[in-house]
Design a protein around this ligand. Structure first.
Ligand code: GUN
Length: 283
């Protein structure tokens, strides 16, 4: 039987409705959640993402500030802007859109953001809190994956989760979130030998490598849940993930499509994190 499709757009819509209600409630207490997004340079994809974030804030009743700079901005100027936003009481979340121009040290920028306003969940303090099982601001895409699984009623405790990909943004933190939920976690990556021998053991397979057709039907155990975090373009220019969707859906029990799978969850969880940071600051 073909897999059930996990509809990320529908789940994102439901979560956003809940967030909007909480934003309204918080506004009633005199606090409007505020997000600042900083964009440096003219990367086309980044410009699109930033616009989507601005639109999401507007739809959910949040305050947003978009700061756009030319790629000639110096690292010190960017650090100064972050200091200003760290001290701004109307701003609860700060996001610096990545990638940054080569002359700016990404690590120094991430570390300059106050951990309490780090709605990307990239600051080493927040990563450390995640690693030690503390409640904190979690990276948005990994957190979105967990919310999707919760939504479909997928049990995690005791399951074998195989994560393909070890990026700081997705692979590493998503594995840690699963570990915190008592799953058994295996990480695979570009240097893994005999990938199939690991992926066919997965009850839940999460793929985040950025290369289409990395996972085909022969990589997947019958009835597995397959989460595709990839966002690529195939030879025809069509958006696709890392999983060969048409064949893997014949083997899996649940599968996320691309587009309209994990993608819509990322900005939704950014909104969730901004609300969470605002609620904490209001306490
Ligand atoms: N560029 C691509 N994805 C992301 C993200 O999740 N956060 C930031 N800040 N930049 C990105």
């Amino acid at each position: 039987m073909a897999a059930k499709i996990i509809d990320g757009s529908e789940i994102a819509r439901k979560v956003r409705t809940e967030i909007a209600a909480e934003v309204a409630e918080l506004k009633g207490k005199g606090v409007t959640p505020g997000l600042a997004v900083i964009l440096v340079g003219d990367n086309q994809a980044s410009q699109t993402y930033v616009k989507m974030k601005e639109k999401a804030c507007e739809e959910l009743g949040m305050h947003s500030v978009m700061a756009k700079y030319p790629s000639s901005l110096s690292q010190q100027e960017l650090l100064n802007k972050i200091t200003e936003l760290n001290e701004d009481n109307t701003i609860h979340g700060i996001l610096v859109q990545l990638p940054l121009p080569n002359h700016i040290d990404e690590k120094a920028i991430i570390e300059a953001i106050s951990p309490e306003k780090d709605v990307d969940g990239f600051h080493p303090i927040n990563i450390g809190r995640l690693m030690t099982g503390q409640d904190t601001l979690y990276p948005c895409t990994p957190y979105g994956v967990m919310v999707m699984l919760q939504y479909i009623g997928c049990e995690i405790e005791g399951k074998h989760v195989v994560v393909v990909g070890r990026s700081n943004i997705v692979g590493k933190p998503v594995g840690q979130l699963f570990l915190n939920e008592n799953a058994t976690v295996t990480y695979c990556h570009s240097k893994t030998k005999d990938l199939k021998s690991f992926t066919t053991q997965a009850d839940i397979l999460v793929v985040a490598v950025g290369r289409n057709d990395t996972i085909t039907a022969e990589h997947v155990k019958q009835g597995a849940v397959v989460i595709d975090v990839g966002m690529n373009r195939n030879e025809e220019g069509k958006l696709c993930g890392d999983v060969s969707f048409d064949e893997v859906k014949q083997v899996a029990s649940y599968i996320t499509p691309v587009p309209k799978g994990v993608g819509p969850m990322t900005i939704t969880m950014l909104m969730h994190n901004t609300l969470k940071a605002a609620k904490k600051s209001a306490k």
